[in-house]
Structure formats: C-alpha cells, structure tokens
Design a protein around this ligand. Structure first.
Ligand SMILES: Cc1cc2nc3c(=O)[nH]c(=O)nc-3n(C[C@H](O)[C@H](O)[C@H](O)COP(=O)(O)OP(=O)(O)OC[C@H]3O[C@@H](n4cnc5c(N)ncnc54)[C@H](O)[C@@H]3O)c2cc1C
Length: 393
C-alpha cells in the first residue's frame, strides 16, 4: 500500500509517523517547505526566543523512518480517477491520499491591510516583523509611537503579552532611550478570545492590562497605511500593525469542486465523512477538515492518529471506527511565566497555568520528535536570541 500525504504540518507529520509505526507500506510525504513549523511558539520566536522551538527540519523528524520518503514539492492538483497527485516537480501515484495543507490568512478586504500589516504565521513573516522592529530601533534610535495588534485570538493575545518585554530588551541592548511602549490590541468582537470562555477572556484581559497593553474590544479596524491605522473613524499613527486575525481554508480545495465539498460558513473547511474521507481514498485532516474543534494542533494530531488506525483497519478489512474528539485543553501564555490554561471548565491562571502550558508544549514535541530532539526543541524556549545585530541584514 502506498500512502501519499500532502502537508508537513501537525496532521501530515503525525500521520506519516503513525502510519510508519504501524508498518502499513510505503509513505510519501510531500511538503512545500523543508521544515515543520510549531505555530504555538511563533509568538515567542517573534519576540526574541530561539527559532529552535518553532522550526524543526523534516529530515530530523524522519531520520529513523526509512519507509517515509520526504519530498520537497507543491501539490498543484489531484486526478482522483487515476489516483495521482500532480506536483510542481513530478506526479505521485497513491493508494490512499491524505491531505493536510493548513489554512491561509484573509484580510476581509480591509483597505491596505495586505500591503502594510505584518504577520507572524510563517517564518518569513516572523523575520520581516523582527527586522522591521530592529531596524527602527537601530537606525532611528527610537521606538514606534504605537504598536497595534489586530485580532485578539490566541496569537494576538500571546504576541501582545510578549512584545513589550522584547522591545524594552532591544532598547537596553542598543542603549536606546524611550518613554515607555504603547501597545494596543484591537478586537472587533465584544470580548478578547471570542471563541473561549468568558473567564478566559476576563483573566487574560486583566493580565494584558496589568502588563500595560491597551485592549480595545468592539472596535473595528477600517484601513491601514504605512503611517496610520484607522480604528472606528479615528486615525492613530503607527508603522507597526500586526494582523493576527482571519484565516480561510486553503484555496486549493475550491479549485477541485468535483472532489471536495466545502462547508458554507467560517473558514469553509472540507466536508468529510465519519472516517475523515472527502472522496474515495482521499482523506482530509487538521485545519482543512470540517470536524468539531478544528483549528488547533491537538485536533490535527488526533485526526492523524485516527487516520493511521483507519488505514490499518482498511488494509486488514476490520470494521471501521468513527472519528470522535472531545474538546481540547486551551492555554494562552501572556508574558513571562504566566498563562491561562483551561480544561473542561477547570482553569489555572498564573504560574500553574504556565507550567501546564509548558507541559502541553512538551507533549506536542514528544508526539512528533524522538525524545532527545523533542526535549531540545522544548528547552530552547529558555534561549533568547543573542545575535541581534546580524539578524537585521
Ligand atoms: C500563529 C499561530 C499560533 C497558533 N497557536 C496554537 C496554539 O497555541 N495551540 C494550538 O493548539 N494550536 C495553535 N495554532 C493552530 C495550529 O497550529 C493548527 O491547528 C495546526 O497547525 C493545524 O495543523 P495542519 O497539519 O492542519 O496544518 P499546518 O500545521 O499549517 O501544516 C500545513 C502544511 O502544509 C504545507 N502546504 C501547504 N500547501 C501545500 C501544497 N500545495 N503542497 C505541499 N505542501 C503544502 C504547509 O507549508 C504546511 O507545512 C496556531 C496557529 C498559528 C498560525
């Protein structure tokens, strides 16, 4: 049996590892980038922590999995009748195809947002954001008048909580005088963390305000230029607006309507059956699938474990199980040593929440990497970037 997996993220990597563990035949993992990106720590990498905790080469992950062929390529289309994935470089024949290519950013048509905002969802975006901040501090010898973060979902609140310490550290390193940092977090919904419990929203907002962040809820960003941001008709000067809002399903799926049916709401994920199947022998996992609690890493990992078991059952003609996944634990680290962590209505905020968050991150790495590498990636959170000057070139 040849399983082709497209996407080297949480779902794709975990599916390849689990299928390999079960020895279900040859596996080809197609990824358009040579590394796995641990999104949950990108806010930390964007604010001066080591890239080691966010970026793991796929070759390291699969070093001991000789049945997994990792290929750097981009899927362009699928010929479902012939069982072929058409890549930019070559074609791949499959018996089973697993697609997990993640989501993309959408700017909801807000004027100037795509051109002038920064982001922290990819490694390139993180580098661009850090280079901008450093070049202002190094060349202009001053901080921006305002730092505006748009979208108070998990990424927005985590970045808002970590940014001030990073900016002050850079100022200290480069002997730049300042009169404090103005960080504003803007959210169009009536509360921050709109998809989480009211307790989570309140506790996290209180923490952010304690750290000096101005939190604006029920406020709409209307336009962005290279100098100002327009919020509810009011113009605020800034060169540093970070867009952390808005995701849409990968546009690939809409290009093949004969294979994929999309849910007509939210980010428009792909409709799958009880076995994560979207079309005969084609399975869709992670953020791409219209399943409960999609959009978080734990769900992506669970769907990958499920699919390996499903393919083993298919191969040995055993009865199938239905996909089922309970609500995952939520955790939001806000500044050094503090996090809000909630599981089924029970929460811990502060140091305990932070220790739980670190434990969750360790579990994530252990789910994907051999123990020594997992612990190495996890521990690199404690390393702060040292090579500040050369990074800006
Ligand atoms: C900034 C940020 C912070 C987050 N924080 C958290 C958190 O704290 N906790 C949590 O649980 N979740 C968090 N998430 C969500 C979590 O990262 C996602 O739910 C998870 O990554 C989904 O896994 P996936 O495998 O579906 O997609 P991804 O992990 O995004 O992987 C998709 C992969 O497919 C590749 N790809 C795309 N198109 C193609 C193509 N055509 N051909 C080949 N390869 C392709 C991409 O390059 C990528 O490697 C965060 C997400 C972001 C963006």
């Amino acid at each position: 049996m040849h399983t082709v997996i497209v996407g080297g993220g949480f779902a794709g990597v975990k599916a390849a590892l689990e299928i390999s563990k079960k020895q279900l035949g040859k596996i080809t993992l197609i990824s358009d980038q040579p590394y796995f990106l641990h999104h949950a720590t990108l806010y930390a990498t964007a604010t001066g922590r080591s890239t080691g905790e966010s970026v793991v080469p796929l070759s390291d992950i699969f070093a001991n999995h000789h049945d997994v062929d990792v290929v750097l390529d981009t899927m362009e289309s699928i010929d479902a009748k012939q069982h072929i994935v058409v890549g930019k470089e070559k074609n791949y024949h499959y018996d089973n195809l697993v697609v997990a290519i993640g989501v993309v950013t959408t700017y909801f048509g807000i004027k100037g947002m795509d051109k002038h905002s920064f982001g922290i969802k990819t490694l390139d975006e993180v580098s661009e954001f850090k280079n901008h901040i450093k070049s202002e501090i190094l060349s202009d010898k001053k901080l921006d008048t305002n730092y505006v973060i748009i979208g108070a979902g998990p990424t927005g609140v985590e970045l808002a909580g970590a940014l001030q310490a990073y900016l002050l550290e850079l100022c200290d390193t480069h002997m730049v005088k300042h009169a404090g940092v103005n960080i504003t977090l803007v959210e169009a919904a009536p509360k921050i963390l709109p998809r989480s419990s009211d307790t989570a929203s309140k506790k996290v907002q209180k923490r952010l305000e304690k750290l000096g962040v101005t939190v604006l809820v029920n406020h709409k960003v209307e336009a962005l230029s290279d100098r100002t941001i327009m919020i509810d008709g009011k113009r605020i000067p800034t060169h540093t607006a970070v867009w952390t809002s808005g995701v849409a399903n990968h546009p690939f799926f809409a290009t093949q309507p004969e294979i994929f049916t999309l849910l007509d709401k939210g980010p428009r994920p792909v409709i799958v059956d009880d076995h994560m199947q979207a079309y005969e022998d084609i399975y869709v996992l992670g953020d791409n699938a219209a399943v409960p609690n999609a959009g978080v890493a734990w769900t992506a990992l669970r769907s990958a474990i499920f699919i390996a078991d499903h393919l083993a059952r298919k191969m040995t003609q055993r009865p199938f199980k239905k996909y089922h996944y309970p609500k995952p634990t939520e955790s939001f680290p806000i500044g050094d040593g503090w996090a809000y962590t909630e599981w089924r209505g029970i929460y811990a905020a502060g140091k305990t929440g932070y220790l739980l968050r670190r434990f969750m991150e360790k579990k994530n790495y252990l789910a994907l990497l051999p123990r020594t590498q997992a612990v190495g990636a996890w521990k690199s959170h404690t390393i702060r970037e040292s090579d500040v000057v050369t990074d800006t070139n």
